[in-house]
Write a protein that binds this ligand. Structure first.
Ligand SMILES: [Zn+2]
Ligand SMILES: [Zn+2]
Length: 366
């Protein structure tokens, strides 16, 4: 026998808009007629019996009964509304999510298409699973970003504006930069596993990512963005601090980055010169934030880009003096004292937790 819940759900999906038009009494009659029709067709197709086959974890009999208890929704699923922001019966939310989540897959598929068709000869990559393509695209993007920003930065501060920002004796040797490039290049494929996994989780509907700003409105977009950034500041501060305080983590992971402990050994190329696990741990607050705050997908991707450029910036040893930005002046101190300035974009976390050291303090002491 056909499960009544299945009929009800099917009818609500197919005739959601029409349901609005009909009065409650007419609607009940309408549903009954349709239910009888479906019952007849199902019985005919399945030779007299029909039991729902549920392989989707969202569509277990428990969920179907739960949604039956809630009766039919009076509104049609709105395509422009994020499923996790609206209360819906679970089975309906899952079905709606399928369409909604397809937008994220289409978006990342488009990124893959643009990047991989430009750099990969032939079409062989098109047959690879979507997450593998995304990982390849992240790797290409990561290497391009690292080398283009690194070489441009070094060209400007060490050659074009030679000695304008960096004293002669603080310019790193080519050998120091070469070693940083090797460490970062080896780690890049593993770093890129993190955004690939986070994209997969977004595409699977496990996070609170939404697609269009109009779904939450501009004020909520900025409020959530601010909360996301505060969370990332807090998360990166403590992750970085623990990488120093927990001795095995420092010895086996973070020490790789701290071999650059003088001005003339630091360069923009040191920005991604980490043990791969260290780099992933320090970036992981960006992924955790997706589960806590409704986050605009493209903004999240843009913030990961900014992250890569920012880490190049804080290793160039040029003190920008823009309050409350934790620029290279602060981070150079971190590389020389090891106990201060663990923070990320701003000095606030170090100030709050008592580890801030101003570049001017160092000058006074000298
Ligand atoms: Zn450190
Ligand atoms: Zn550093």
């Amino acid at each position: 026998m056909v499960d009544e819940t299945m009929q009800a759900l099917f009818l609500s999906f197919v005739f959601g808009d029409e349901m609005e038009e009909l009065g409650r009494r007419d609607r009940d009659r309408f549903l009954k007629n349709w239910a009888n029709g479906i019952l007849f067709l199902s019985t005919w197709r399945h030779g007299g019996t029909c039991t729902p086959q549920t392989t989707d974890p969202f569509k277990t009999p428990e969920h179907l009964h739960a949604s039956a208890a809630l009766q039919l929704p009076t509104t049609h699923p709105n395509e422009s509304t994020a499923p996790h922001l609206v209360r819906r019966p679970p089975a309906m939310a899952a079905a709606h999510s399928g369409d909604y989540l397809g937008r994220f897959v289409a978006e990342t598929g488009w990124y893959n298409e643009v990047v991989l068709s430009a750099v990969t000869p032939g079409n062989w990559w098109r047959g690879l699973p979507h997450p593998v393509q995304s990982w390849m695209r992240n790797c290409v993007g990561g290497y391009l970003l690292y080398f283009i920003s690194g070489f441009l930065w070094c060209f400007v501060i060490y050659y074009w504006k030679r000695n304008a920002y960096i004293p002669k004796d603080s310019v790193p040797t080519n050998e120091a930069m070469r070693k940083q490039i090797i460490v970062a290049s080896k780690a890049m494929p593993l770093y890129c596993a993190l955004p690939t996994v986070s994209e997969y989780m977004i595409e699977s509907g496990w996070t609170r990512c939404f697609f269009n700003i109009s779904e939450v409105g501009v004020p909520m977009y900025f409020i959530n963005l601010a909360l996301y950034l505060i969370f990332v500041e807090f998360g990166i501060y403590w992750m970085h601090r623990e990488l120093h305080d927990i001795k095995p983590l420092y010895k086996y992971l973070h020490a790789t980055h701290h071999i650059y402990n003088k001005e003339n050994t630091l360069s923009p190329f040191a920005g991604l010169a980490f043990h791969p696990v260290d780099g992933i741990l320090q970036a992981i607050p960006h992924v955790f934030a997706l589960f806590i705050f409704p986050t605009h997908f493209r903004t999240h991707i843009a913030l990961l880009f900014v992250e890569a450029v920012w880490t190049a910036n804080i290793h160039d040893c040029i003190h920008g003096k823009i309050w409350p930005v934790m620029g290279a002046g602060y981070h150079t101190i971190h590389h020389t004292t090891y106990r201060h300035n663990y923070g990320h974009y701003t000095i606030w976390m170090d100030w709050m937790f008592g580890t801030l050291r101003e570049p001017v303090d160092i000058l006074k002491n000298e």
